[in-house]
Design a protein around this ligand. Structure first.
Ligand SMILES: Nc1ncnc2c1ncn2[C@@H]1O[C@H](COP(=O)(O)OP(=O)(O)O)[C@@H](O)[C@H]1O
Ligand SMILES: [Mg+2]
Length: 367
């Protein structure tokens, strides 16, 4: 293994050489002995030692603490202070500079050895911790990007399928219905009354089936991706969805739209709409509420959506549990806009889900 490279910074020549000799005896490689702070910074940059032994009090403009700070700024090298000095102020300054250790002068071999080994060990641990933290940060970022992309792809697919179902299947059925009305006309001209009545009866039932199927297709297409969201925007889509919810569940709903018109980009509208749907589904499934109030407010381009119910109130553990995939999904959806979702429950009073999105210029910067 390579020897550990050490630089000694000490303005008293005899002391410096004594320390260097001790270091060499212990098996370290003394790569430089320097006598001033300025020189120390220069050599550290040039030689990149594994550790610096730094006298605190140095002759010249720069003392050991300033030199250590400058070295810290250019490279990740542990510094161990040499000091005979113990006035509080100097020690306080030394401490702030984040040293890896201290050795008292006059220097004793054993103490020197321990201080160096501890400093190197600590430094290694810190370095691998930093590396792990960085790796973790990167993988978290990747996960977020992936989650965002998955939502996008899912939404694109839903839009496509919805359109195809609506246009292709819906169109075919309408065609069938038109053909059918011709058939019905000719059937009604049949001479034989028994044949005519039975034909018309079964055609009527088929016609009803076609109508019901058209309704089903419309509903499926709407559920996949409400066209109203693309055509008329978020406010109209929320209003429509809430009315539909009221009709299906019997829960009284009230919508408070924003005072002024808003225009949000399509991705954000979709995210808010999907969160809103999930919140409503939760109200129907878990809350036991009889009333829901929905508010959409905007402060310039920074929307706030609130869904409030008067049900039993979500519990904190349910809200924050890793199993609460609905809430997790809501939070994931706003992440790429730098937004946040808060869920507050009051036992017996109800639950409020609040989605807040910051203004455009702040969106990318936040976590
Ligand atoms: N509006 C609400 N009122 C009361 N409890 C709720 C409400 N919304 C959610 N919860 C509780 O929080 C839990 C987590 O919700 P969610 O993450 O959407 O998961 P899921 O709906 O799949 O159970 C629910 O299981 C339910 O117990
Ligand atoms: Mg849910």
């Amino acid at each position: 293994m390579d020897k550990t490279k050490i630089m000694v910074v000490e303005d008293e020549g005899i002391v410096a050489h004594d320390i260097a000799r001790q270091l060499t005896d212990m098996g370290y490689d003394v790569v430089a002995i320097v006598y001033s702070g300025e020189e120390a910074v220069e050599k550290a940059r040039e030689l990149h030692p594994d550790l610096v032994l730094m006298d605190i009090v140095l002759a010249g403009k720069m003392d050991g603490i300033q030199a250590a700070e400058q070295i810290n700024a250019i490279a990740d090298i542990p510094v161990v202070y040499l000091t005979a000095y113990s006035d509080e102020k100097t020690l306080g300054r030394a401490k702030i500079s984040g040293p890896s250790g201290y050795v008292l002068k006059p220097v004793k071999k054993r103490q020197l050895n321990v201080a160096i080994e501890v400093a190197l060990h600590k430094h290694n641990i810190e370095r691998s911790l930093k590396k792990n933290e960085e790796a973790l940060r990167v993988s978290q970022e990747q996960l977020r990007a992936l989650a965002g992309r998955l939502q996008e792809v899912r939404e694109e697919e839903r839009t496509n399928i919805s359109r195809e179902i609506h246009d292709e299947l819906g169109g075919a059925l309408i065609g069938l219905k038109i053909d059918f009305s011709f058939l019905t006309k000719s059937a009604s001209k049949k001479e034989n009354e028994t044949v005519r009545t039975s034909l018309l009866a079964s055609m009527d039932s088929m016609n009803k089936t076609i109508d019901a199927t058209i309704q089903t297709i419309r509903r499926i297409a709407m559920e996949l991706r409400p066209g109203i969201l693309d055509d008329l925007g978020l406010v109209a889509a929320l209003e429509w969805q809430l009315k539909d919810f009221e009709k299906r569940t019997g829960i009284r709903c009230e919508f408070f739209p924003p005072a002024e018109d808003i225009s949000l980009d399509a991705d954000l509208s979709t995210a808010l709409f999907r969160i809103f749907q999930e919140a409503l589904t939760n109200v129907a499934r878990h809350s036991g509420a009889t009333e829901v109030h929905v508010r959409l407010r905007t402060d310039a381009d920074s929307p706030i959506l609130e869904v409030e119910d008067n049900g039993k109130g979500v519990e904190e553990e349910e809200n924050l549990s890793s199993k609460s995939l609905g809430f997790l999904g809501m939070r994931e959806r706003v992440q790429m806009f730098g937004g946040r979702v808060t869920v507050t429950g009051t036992p017996g009073k109800g639950t409020i889900v609040t989605v807040e999105i910051p203004p455009v210029e702040k969106r990318k910067k936040e976590d």
